[in-house]
Design a protein around this ligand. Structure first.
Ligand code: CAA
Length: 259
């Protein structure tokens, strides 16, 4: 990836995307966003990768938001600000829609666009030193990469309005209590713990895991009954696939399944 602003690696069914601008606390400039899109394009048709782990380099920051110096260049440029926001939101949609299970592994600051990036992942695992905030209103702005909507979906309307309007910064344990993140672990255990969760997922039927994500996410865009119909359809589809033949046979024969 250009200038190593992103480090992208595929290893043992896992992909690792690390944002690598530690001097700018891994702020998302246009080049970083473009590289994230390229990684999504690589992954979307790669069935040999089951997990994507998204992180930021260094201990101090996951991602401290969109690059504020680039935002300044968008002042009074007619629709360029809106187009920038739409472009970033589309990239985060591509990330959210990946077939892989995506995990944001967070240490340090996850602010603004950085928290929006994490919210576009399937779930968040954080170190005790992680700090979360959507501080855009302190800049005279609002979240622009779909953070208003993803935070509302994750925390509910009341908390999302309070978070965004106060720009308060929350600790990892507070974020855990609110349901923003799935796990808080000791800083030194973050990488190992995340690998363990990834390995548990990889052990299961890849097709079933991918389908589970697809069906769960389908519920975000249709009503309950439609989503349950999608679930039934996919359940039936899986019963006609080799992986369920193997999984069910393995249970009956009292042996580990080989997926
Ligand atoms: N954009 C560009 N550069 C940033 C940045 C950002 N979001 N965040 C930090 N940096 C840069 C700083 O400018 C500084 O660079 P220099 O050394 O060249 O001056 C370097 O990273 C280190 O930052 P600080 O010296 O500020 O470090 P600190 O420890 O004193 O403070 C911080 C850390 C609290 C995270 C502080 O840097 C900060 O508040 N950053 C901005 C956070 C923010 O407002 N994010 C929202 C951005 S807007 C957005 O994301 C819009 C959207 O939704 C699309």
């Amino acid at each position: 990836m250009s200038d190593n602003i992103i480090q992208f690696e595929i290893k043992d069914k896992k992909a690792y995307l690390e944002i690598n601008r530690p001097k700018a606390l891994n702020a998302l400039n246009k080049n970083v966003l473009a590289e994230i899109k390229k990684c999504c394009d690589i992954l979307k048709n790669n069935s040999s990768v089951h997990i994507l782990i998204v992180s930021g380099s260094g201990d101090k920051s996951f991602v401290a938001g969109a690059d504020i110096k680039e935002l300044q260049e968008l002042h009074n440029k007619n629709r360029e600000g809106e187009n920038f926001s739409k472009w970033g939101a589309e990239i985060f949609n591509s990330l959210e829609q990946l077939p892989q299970i995506t995990i944001a592994r967070i240490q340090g600051f996850a602010l603004g666009g950085g928290l929006e990036l994490a919210l576009a992942c399937d779930f968040i695992i954080a170190s005790e030193n992680a700090r979360f905030s959507l501080p855009e209103v302190t800049l005279g702005l609002i979240p622009g990469f779909s953070g208003t909507q993803r935070l509302r979906k994750r925390l509910g309307t009341a908390r999302a309005i309070e978070w965004i309007a106060t720009a308060e910064r929350y600790s990892a344990s507070e974020a855990y209590t609110f349901g923003l993140i799935n796990h808080v672990v000791k800083h030194e255990d973050l990488v190992f713990f995340t690998e363990q969760i990834a390995d548990k997922i990889i052990k299961n039927s890849p097709l079933a895991v991918k389908t589970a994500k697809l069906v769960i996410r389908s519920g975000e865009n249709c009503n309950f009954q439609e989503a349950c119909d999608i679930e039934s359809h996919q359940f039936g589809h899986l019963l006609n696939q080799a992986e369920s033949v193997e999984g069910i046979s393995a249970f009956i024969e009292k042996r580990p399944a080989q997926f």
